[in-house]
Design a protein around this ligand. Structure first.
Ligand SMILES: [Ca+2]
Ligand SMILES: [Ca+2]
Length: 220
């Protein structure tokens, strides 16, 4: 009887031990799963942080280069403003003087610009031309025609600026007449000097160089 009781107790102990082992195994599995989940979360977090860091680096780099560009432009503007003193004034990064009171032929007005420490203006981009014409209107200077620094004197039909570069032809620089709709330049050998012509929105016209008009000068 005593032996049977011992066997019973042994069976119970073994069963209890087996149950404990299973519980431990289940706990271990749960722990492993949790570790895996945490690892995934950490990996995702690290990946997110990496992306954020890259994004912040790019943002910082963009801000730095934009600051440099703005600072450079401001320095250029203020240097230009310091250099560009009366009677000249800054028009779209160029140093300009518009003379509407003194008038003369193309050669006389070329000398006039030199006496002011500049030379006749070179209008070589449509952007600058737009701002120059706007400047004339904004400052009540749209009352005269103005000589500019281009001519085809000595090279009929081929216009050059003072510095030897070719004058761009066609639109948007040249006008097309005020009544005849003929594309300028149209004067052949009788018209060799370029003017910004008031009655055609200040587009270029070739006119006789001995005519008397105002001038736009530029300080380089
Ligand atoms: Ca000509
Ligand atoms: Ca003409």
């Amino acid at each position: 009887m005593a032996t049977f009781r011992c066997v019973q107790l042994l069976v119970l102990a073994v069963t209890a031990a087996a149950q404990s082992t299973q519980v431990l195994q289940e706990l271990s599995n749960t722990l492993l799963l949790n570790q895996l989940a945490i690892s995934n979360v950490l990996a995702e977090r690290d990946s997110g942080i990496r992306v954020m860091r890259q994004w912040l680096d790019e943002l910082q780099s963009n801000i730095t280069s934009e600051c440099r560009r703005t600072r450079g432009q401001e320095e250029l503007d203020s240097r230009r403003a310091l250099e560009c003193v009366r009677p000249f004034t800054v028009v779209h990064d160029r140093c300009i003087m518009v003379e509407s009171k003194t008038t003369g032929n193309w050669g006389d007005m070329k000398k006039f610009c030199q006496q002011q420490g500049g030379k006749m203006v070179k209008v070589d981009t449509d952007n600058f031309m737009y701002h120059l014409v706007r400047f004339l209107h904004d400052n009540g200077l749209n009352v005269k025609n103005y000589w500019v620094g281009g001519s085809d004197e000595g090279s009929e039909g081929v216009f050059f600026w003072d510095d030897g570069t070719r004058v761009k032809m066609g639109t948007p620089f040249w006008g097309d007449g005020t009544g005849d709709q003929i594309q300028e330049p149209d004067g052949g050998a009788t018209q060799n000097c370029i003017i910004m012509y008031k009655d055609d929105h200040y587009f270029f016209f070739d006119l006789p160089c001995h005519d008397s008009h105002g001038v736009i000068c530029e300080r380089m």
